[in-house]
Design a protein around this ligand. Sequence first.
Ligand code: F6R
Length: 247
Amino acid sequence: MLHWNVIKTKTPEEAGKLAADQFEAVLRAKPACVIGLATGSTPLPLYRELIAREQRGELDFSRVRSANLDEYKGLAPDHPQSYRRFMQENLFDHISIRPENTIVPDGLAEDVDAMCRAYERRIEDWGGVDIQLLGIGHDGHIGFNEPCDDFPAWTHEVALTEMTRRANQRFFASLDEVPTAAFTMGIGTVMAAKKIVMMVTGKDKAEILYKAFCGPVTPKVPASILQFHPDVTLICDEAAATLLPGK
Ligand code: F6R
């Protein structure tokens, strides 16, 4: 059923501004809200816009808590390609969010189960995620929930597919350096968010966006589960939207 709120934009920059509007509305209503964040190329225009809005005095992140979707297994927080470092450089270092109020799965966790359980508990103690940002992988992954036989519920370790490793190779010196595993919030964690904003830009995402949006709900296309979420806003540029109904 096509009940997602779909906003089509001309450019990724415009998509960033419209996604920022969604975050701003939640922050204004609840200054100590919990935001779920993603890494990758797609959210960068959003993060630039959020930084600019706080610098102009329009937003205040000082009471906000944030939980990231995922982290590479084996990468230290200060590794140049770690998602913690990505978040510091692209958002956290430029806004007033308190460091202790930002969580990213620990890529170096030795007791993986304990780390994953503690991650879930922290989000629960905060009262759950008020607004969750998502991108989508070419294979339909959200977070690092790759296509598989069922929908993994909670934060867990996952083996990365060849497709995902190749897609992320652009950030590393070679494919061999791309980690083969990661820690990710589960589908249950994502679905528990009160509101979801998915950003999708670029024509290389048009086909998978169509499958996720209009195809059957199946763990072979993990993002398709979002068809069952009651509050999803899809913000996509024209290139990504070419196969969607209404074009
Ligand atoms: C990263 C994440 C991933 C990305 C996806 C798309 O935290 O959750 O699911 O959203 O791999 O990445 P980009 O935006 O680089 O195309």
